[in-house]
Design a protein around this ligand. Structure first.
Ligand SMILES: Cc1cc2nc3c(=O)[nH]c(=O)nc-3n(C[C@H](O)[C@H](O)[C@H](O)COP(=O)(O)O)c2cc1C
Length: 152
């Protein structure tokens, strides 16, 4: 069982729309704190919408090295499982529960898609074992700042 989470809250911004082309749309949240408490990586977690709905997610924290090398800015990108809808402008809270892998610079979009499919399967499995009603309180999270929150 996951005993510790990282939590980040922020307004969903427009990405460069590549996620839709890849078939994996993401809700992008800018990180105000570019160093922050959490390192780059790919996580299984949960996202909570403004209306309180919680949706399992595969979440990327990092600089998208496949497309931007090491120069990109760090951001949180959440792919919400089995969700289609417009989240732009909405405030989303994201719990990172389980580290799946490191960020990789893939040789092609096709190779990234293969990895994303596995991430989603892994995130689905983790979410089934760690349901949303067990999430710790996110508290008063400051926008774009990742915090470590123990599970009570
Ligand atoms: C679960 C997940 C894992 C990801 N892993 C990587 C990765 O290892 N390397 C990488 O360059 N980008 C990774 N990404 C980011 C994608 O490159 C990014 O979502 C895509 O380029 C779309 O960007 P956009 O939302 O700005 O259009 C990941 C995204 C998600 C949702």
């Amino acid at each position: 069982m996951t005993t510790e989470y990282f939590v980040v809250r922020g307004q969903v911004e427009k990405g460069d729309q590549r996620g839709r082309e890849l078939g994996f749309p993401t809700a992008n949240i800018a990180l105000r704190d570019q160093d922050g408490q959490v390192g780059d990586g790919v996580w299984a977690g949960w996202a909570e919408r403004a209306d309180g709905t919680r949706i399992a997610a595969a979440v990327s924290v990092g600089r998208r090295p496949t497309y931007y090398g090491a120069d990109g800015y760090r951001l949180v990108e959440a792919h919400l499982l089995d969700f289609s809808g417009d989240l732009y402008g909405e405030v989303l809270t994201v719990w990172l529960g389980h580290h799946l892998r490191e960020q990789e610079a893939y040789p092609s979009s096709e190779a990234l898609i293969v990895a994303l499919n596995k991430d989603i399967a892994d995130a689905r499995k983790w979410a089934a074992e760690n349901p949303a009603d067990g999430l710790p309180d996110a508290g008063a999270a400051e926008a774009g700042v990742v915090r470590r929150v123990p599970r009570d």
